[in-house]
Design a protein around this ligand. Sequence first.
Ligand code: HEM
Length: 494
Amino acid sequence: MTATAQLPPGPRDMKVKQAMNMGYGLWQYLEKQQQTFGDYFTLRLPGQGPMVILSDPKAIKDVFSLRPDQYDASRTQLPMDVGEDNTVFLNQKPHQDSRKMIIPPLNTHRLKDRAGVMHDIVTEHLNAWQVGDEFNIPRLVGDITLDVICYTVFNLRRGDRKDTYKRLMLGWLLSACSDANFAVGSMIGAKRYRGMLNKAYLKRTRKGDFGNGRKGLFPWKQAIDLKVQLADMIRQDIRAIRARMDAGESHMLSVLARATDEDGNLLAEERVISETVGLLIGGHETSAATSAWFMLWLLKKPEVLQRIREEVKASIAAEGRFDPLKVAELPYLTACLNESQRLTPSAVGTVRWLTQDAQIGDWLIPAGNCVFPCIYLTQRNKSVYGDDAEEYRPQRWLENNKFGPNEYFPFGGGRRACVGMNQARQQLRIIFAEFARRVRFSSIHDGGANWPTPRQIGGQTEPDVGVIVKVEEIRPESADFPAADTATRVAQGA
Ligand code: HEM
């Protein structure tokens, strides 16, 4: 342990070079630094202070146990205008209060109610497919996710308003997450950049200037236009919800619009808008990136896909139907997704900017620096996962292994762990259960060929060229239902 606060060593490359290495070939770059410096090393990137990358489970435990006054979340490097009073940027009591507000509409009881609709949405997508159709998995799952968000956040399943929401959400997410916007944000500092974007958004909102929503000379132009338009729709909905004040409504916008602070006052409209767009960011690209890697593993390992298929079919045989709640709990499917998120997590790590010197594992890290529990490196640690740590082996999750929250944390940890974890996992398991059961895909990635390079998109790690798949066979919705079996047998004269 160090007695005086100091930063662990790290590469001496210029900041811009380190950032470029992080942008492309991120995982390999981190692995290389770990081989050189060990489980604690410091990276220096433009527009921010030094970042201490950690992959020692003991250090991760210390980070996730930090007291709320020991770090400043407003320094989070997210260069998107979510609104500065969003949960992600809040500290201490306001942060805890905010979580108390957003967690109930995401809790298990509500998720149970939503599982059926999630499955209906997936089914509608699959039923519209034809043999020969091609999809890019992260964009496809992103599209399904937006349908789920329209339902869970806005209580919209169909119609013009839903279509407009979807168009604006996708447009805003894509433009705000563009490489150009992230590059500007990292050059001038994410906090400063999103402050500038927010100021422009508020000014345009006051003037009622919605823009044309098209790209412009500057990368931020389209993102601001679309945020003004999207926020305006959300504002109209907040006002309608507040006029009704229907306590029976459980969609997330209604819960947020009716929530009150300690003095019993309704939250400011901008605050509700901020939390709402925060949920889009939280849920969209994360699920898209996670699904891209999961699909790659399944294309690489057809025997794993086959076993998932059999497990889902067995569940249908036992329940007499596709029961989305039962399917979302299937042990092998769960193990397969866990293993994918272990080896290829969408978030490479999570951040805490220290406000005080803090003992983190073997190092006393000085105040003002960032500590970064590295999900990617820690989850490949051989001392935790054994000599086969680099192998995709779902079975390890079924062998009575218990991996601690400082050893496996694709959704972060401690007081700031992801609030959408259960929803995301449920949704992904339902989607992949139906892919496995009903669809046969082909791809240039079959058998593990052409494994793509990881690349940062909107702060998430995704395959650089996506994951393109072609539908070779699509089975009917009721293919494995007991009634269909009977009908088939009758038709065959059995
Ligand atoms: C596969 C999908 C997802 C992944 C991999 C993921 C991952 C993460 C990670 C790594 C964090 C940072 C935690 C930390 O700092 O310790 C986080 C925070 C967060 N996530 Fe997720 N997430 C996913 C889906 C979702 C969904 C669906 C929602 C909303 C419905 C959501 C909402 C949030 C929010 C609001 C936070 C901030 C929590 C706080 O600061 O207290 N996420 N997520």
